[in-house]
Design a protein around this ligand. Structure first.
Ligand SMILES: *Cc1c(COP(=O)(O)O)cnc(C)c1O
Length: 218
């Protein structure tokens, strides 16, 4: 087993243990392997080990890297996890199966237009600026209801809510707040948790964790 495959096994075990402790079904948590900056040779052992959900944060990098990997591996689901510009909507719709960073109605409109043209309808998470940080992507907490309603009225399936908590603060209260916003708006999917905090995120209700560094580095 390659090191990345071994680390994936350990991460899946940690996810399962955290889910069971929280009285959740381990199968309800999806591991999204974040492969930004990683080469096809680094990704290959994960594909061989059965990993099928992968996250990229740049459309251009994903277009350069993934089409041959998708052609050779059945069932790959590609996730766009980074900030998305509306002028990349057409390319994003063609390549990605899940979009995690929907945070404004203008982007939703651009995605819907391109989805209808291509007859491809990826699921979308509404990203929430959970720490109310100036520089961060995500819609304001007060706008979540409206964004969720806009997606529900669109042809794109609503996957849930997504957040990236403020750097260097305890993420737990932010994960708990995202879960509370999910309950308030009747949304069960929660994309939250990265290498440093995915276990905490699973205990607080994450249904998708986005893990890069912990898969690829010691
Ligand atoms: C890079 C990235 C991750 C993964 O971060 P790691 O700390 O390497 O696990 C998760 N989510 C987003 C949005 C990212 O850009």
């Amino acid at each position: 087993m390659s090191n990345a495959a071994g680390r994936r096994r350990d991460i899946l075990d940690t996810i399962s243990a955290a889910a069971r402790l929280a009285r959740r079904e381990p199968g309800d948590v999806r591991l999204v392997a974040v492969t930004k900056g990683r080469t096809p040779d680094e990704i290959a052992p994960l594909l061989a080990a059965g990993q099928r959900d992968f996250g990229e944060n740049r459309v251009q990098e994903a277009i350069a890297k993934w089409p041959p990997l998708i052609a050779r591996n059945e069932g790959v689901r590609l996730h766009a996890i980074g900030r998305l510009q509306s002028n990349k909507a057409a390319e994003a719709i063609r390549l990605f199966d899940v979009i995690h960073a929907l945070d404004r109605t203008s982007l939703l409109q651009a995605l819907v237009t391109e989805a209808e043209k291509a007859s491809r309808f990826p699921e979308v998470y509404v990203q929430v600026n959970i720490g109310e940080e100036e520089q961060k992507g995500g819609c304001a907490i007060g706008d979540v209801g409206e964004m969720v309603a806009s997606v529900r009225a669109s042809p794109l399936p609503l996957a849930g809510l997504m957040c990236i908590p403020p750097h260097e603060l305890d993420p737990a209260p932010y994960f708990a707040l995202l879960a509370e916003l999910g309950r308030r708006h009747g949304v069960s999917g929660l994309s939250m948790g990265m290498s440093a905090d995915y276990r905490t995120a699973v205990m607080l209700g994450a249904t998708a964790v986005r893990v890069g560094t912990a898969l690829f580095e010691e």
